[in-house]
Write a protein that binds this ligand. Structure first.
Ligand SMILES: [Fe+2]
Ligand SMILES: [Fe+2]
Length: 262
């Protein structure tokens, strides 16, 4: 069982994160999502019915989740449409942490708009949308969430701690049976061509276009912040920030498409 107050592991000299209880922490995130939408359990074929997850859902204090489970386990409810699945997961995240859920929604819409302005297939667009919807699911981890909530400057240790969220998120997306390219978006959306991202880009590794699109969409939403109305100066600020990072952090083609729709 995961100790919710502990991350066991550390960081290497380049700042890459290594944690030994990543799987347990990812399971904890899956559990949080299932508490909101137990029907999603059908996406976890690997989980035997007597598994801890099921026991906890059955015996959980959340009566609504237990009730829902009785209706769904043993039925053949199948979640066929992968976009619907990603949307259901985001809906569950909105219930747990609205700020995070709405961020996922905004990044997904932005990524879709950017992708539509590029010469990519509808299959890749689909993957981009799903991956963007899930990209920060790892931030549901209790320790990461606590660190993010802190309003002031983070001490270096805690800054590094946030770096586990793509690792955990990728594992969660995989557990829910998402497409490998969707998983790749979740686990690699902070990689950078100049090797200053996280996890670190391996020598000779290329970041695929579906990941690069989500990285830019995420950056735009971070620059714009969580304000309800966007100010006139925002567009100029986004362009300035993206221009500064083009080639080192952001893909020039993706940035060009973004500028076309701003
Ligand atoms: Fe992220
Ligand atoms: Fe994000």
């Amino acid at each position: 069982m995961t100790d919710p107050n502990r991350i066991s592991g550390g960081f290497d000299s380049a700042g890459d994160v290594h944690i030994s209880n990543a799987d347990e922490r990812a399971n904890e995130i899956v559990w949080k999502i299932l508490q909101q939408d137990s029907r999603l359990i059908h996406l976890l074929p690997e989980v035997p019915l007597e598994d801890d997850f099921i026991k906890r859902l059955r015996n959980g204090t959340d009566n609504s989740a237990s009730g829902q489970l009785k209706e769904t386990v043993g039925t053949s409810a199948v979640l066929f449409n992968p976009v619907n699945v990603a949307r259901r997961i985001v809906q569950a995240i909105i219930e747990i942490c609205p700020e995070l859920g709405f961020h996922l929604d905004r990044v997904a819409d932005r990524a879709l708009d950017i992708g539509r302005g590029m010469d990519i297939s509808s299959d890749i667009l689909d993957v981009v949308y799903q991956g963007a919807l899930l990209h920060d699911v790892g931030k549901l981890d209790s320790i990461v969430a606590d660190i993010i909530k802190k309003p002031c400057r983070l001490p270096p240790d805690e800054k590094l701690m946030i770096r586990i969220h793509p690792v955990l998120g990728g594992s969660v997306a995989e557990k829910f049976g998402r497409h490998p390219s969707v998983v790749e978006i979740v686990s690699d959306h902070h990689k950078r061509p100049d090797h200053h991202g996280y996890p670190r880009l391996e020598d000779g590794e290329e970041i695929p276009v579906h990941v690069r699109i989500v990285t830019v969409a995420d950056a735009v939403e971070s620059i714009l912040g969580n304000r309800p109305g966007r100010r006139a100066g925002d567009k100029a600020r986004v362009i300035a920030e993206l221009d500064k990072g083009t080639g080192t952090h952001f893909d020039p083609d993706v940035v060009a498409s973004l500028k076309g729709i701003l």
